[in-house]
Write a new protein. Structure first.
Length: 258
């Protein structure tokens, strides 16, 4: 969800695309937490925007996350940036949560919230590794009638979460991308994630794809050939949900030589 960008080989290198749904979808189709083992003594309350957390990679990939709240002035790996309401009739099943009407609603809510939290430009935001995690009520919360979903901003590494800034209202406003915040890809096009983790490609530039209708893969690849630097060896493109919210930017990557 949120970024949902697809990494692929650049057309100049091979006439093929290794399409891969990235970011939050890695966690969306996990069945973690779908069934309860026992009821909690107390149902956790609805989350609030602005709460910070210090959860790890496993929690990032789960459906629900209700603990490890920390002060936003101390080290933390996530911060809640938006709350929304699940589409009416949604049940706590994979098929219901990921059905188009609901998944589109959650995706677009988190995409817009991330855009606002990061600030700066489309080009810089999409060259960064920042993305969102989304969560829904756990079994007990759902049974108690809670129907929210929550969007957190996170900075993933290859298999870990990096700490977020503790003193910036908008994470990318007025600052350059660093090794920590720049987006990189692995050799199998997993990413983007922080370049602090081992990687095969790093982002070097971005351009806006022309048009109003969501492009075909062939159209994206022609645009990459025309707009990315010659040293580009991979690219990432916006998901349909990003495109529908106005993000038409494609990111160019060069092969890591370090």
């Amino acid at each position: 969800m949120s970024r949902l960008r697809a990494g692929a080989l650049a057309p100049a290198q091979k006439p093929m695309t290794a399409a891969l749904i990235l970011g939050l979808v890695i966690g969306v189709f996990s069945l973690i937490g779908l069934t309860a083992t026992k009821a909690d003594a107390a149902v956790p309350p609805k989350p609030t925007v602005g709460t910070c957390y210090n959860y790890g990679w496993t929690a990032y990939g789960a459906w629900s996350q209700t603990g490890k709240k920390v002060s936003c002035s101390s080290a933390h790996t996530a911060k809640t940036i938006a709350l929304g309401t699940l589409v009416a009739g949604t049940t706590r099943t994979e098929a219901s949560i990921t059905r188009e009407a609901n998944f589109s609603h959650m995706s677009k809510t988190c995409i817009r919230a991330l855009r606002d939290k990061l600030g700066s430009t489309y080009s810089k935001r999409n060259q960064s590794a920042y993305t969102t995690a989304f969560f829904v009520p756990n079994v007990e919360q759902f049974r108690a009638g809670q129907r929210w979903f929550r969007c957190d901003v996170v900075l993933p590494g290859k298999d870990t979460l990096k700490n977020l800034p503790t003193n910036r209202a908008k994470f990318l406003e007025g600052v350059g991308l660093t090794q920590r915040t720049r987006g990189c890809l692995s050799g199998t096009y997993v990413g983007p994630y922080s370049c602090l983790s081992s990687h095969s490609y790093k982002s070097i530039s971005a351009f806006k794809k022309a048009g109003t209708t969501y492009p075909t893969t062939a159209s994206f690849e022609r645009a990459v050939g025309a707009n990315c630097p010659a040293r580009t060896r991979a690219y990432s493109k916006p998901s349909r949900y990003e495109w529908q919210t106005g993000d038409h930017w494609v990111v160019c990557y060069e092969r890591n030589t370090n």
